[in-house]
Write a protein that binds this ligand. Sequence first.
Ligand SMILES: Nc1ncnc2c1ncn2[C@@H]1O[C@H](COP(=O)(O)OP(=O)(O)O)[C@@H](O)[C@H]1O
Ligand SMILES: [Mg+2]
Length: 365
Amino acid sequence: MNITRLKLSNFKNYDVADVAFDNKVNIIYGNNGSGKTNILDAIHFLSVSKSYFGLSDKYLIKDDQDFYRIEGHYSQDEKKDHIVIKYKRDQKRDILLNTKKLKRVGDLIGRFPVVLIAPDDINIVKGGSKERRDYFNKWLCQSDRTYLDALMSYNRLLRQKDALLKGDYTPDRLTMEAYNSKMIGFATTLHNSIRTALSDFIPAALDQYSTISEGKDDIQLNYLSDLSDQDIDVLFNNMIPQEIHARRPLVGVQRDDYEFTIKDMPLKKYGSQGQIKSFLYALRLAEFIYLRKHLKRLPILILDDFFEKLDQHRLSTLLSLINSGSFGQVFLSDTELARSKTIFEERGITFGAYRVTEGSIERDQ
Ligand SMILES: Nc1ncnc2c1ncn2[C@@H]1O[C@H](COP(=O)(O)OP(=O)(O)O)[C@@H](O)[C@H]1O
Ligand SMILES: [Mg+2]
């Protein structure tokens, strides 16, 4: 699915914008702070109804306006779709697919898949377990509606159980077991889905890593979960006394982590900057490959601040990939046009160039 046209009203630093995109490469260029990332975030938003940066609606509305609206037109072969996301201050956000209001965010899942690579990806490696869980959850949700639904139900129960444990009255064992029995079903679904997905994703990520880095490093990616080698019922219910004592939930997929190692040492501590960049890049490409396979459509690939992440070797690898036809529509942002332009022209790849200046975007002639 390609995005052919994007319209914005009062979105971040844009009053109004209306721009038509190319089916292949789109280069968004302009000074720092002019609004390049905002355009890319709008495209991301249309795909998953979330800002890439996790910003809530009130931060997406331009300054002191009272609503924002994002409209995207998509096409694939003969099929055309359009989607509108609008929000008025202090009201619920509306999502319309081909003018029909969607009842649930999940109805959008997998229609317009997107993979965004941005500089703050580094937190996936350097940050805590939450950053890693969030990263994996995001693309798992994008690839699988059942996963999204199970995760939302699980998190709702987890919040309820947490509130119960922190409440004025100490819950008894039976109440705790009742919560657990509901949570166990969702936890099992989530855990099994992660394992199945990773059996596809991990080999792809390692493969991408060795392409990018010319295969010299011994990289590993492991899923760490309390749920892995135990009976999940027993695990949950054995923990009840400790949970009552600690007054918070102590077991479940919210404690999962993902371990990245290089030569059996933590990548975070032992990996060079270049190795970490290659690894992040490999994760994103594996995500792309996974979504493409499972959704049977080509995700839009977005590379924000293109040149910041790519040395000459990685750049060449990526460009040969773009050229090989494994990718569909690609968006790149950079502060200047000249360097991207040269690179694409040298390779005979056609592109559209879009100049961004202080909240306005225009296609170069
Ligand atoms: N809700 C908002 N209202 C108005 N301006 C905003 C809002 N959110 C972000 N901005 C502005 O958008 C600009 C950053 O745009 P961004 O797309 O990140 O720039 P860049 O071209 O460097 O990627 C900043 O000037 C920021 O103040
Ligand atoms: Mg930016």
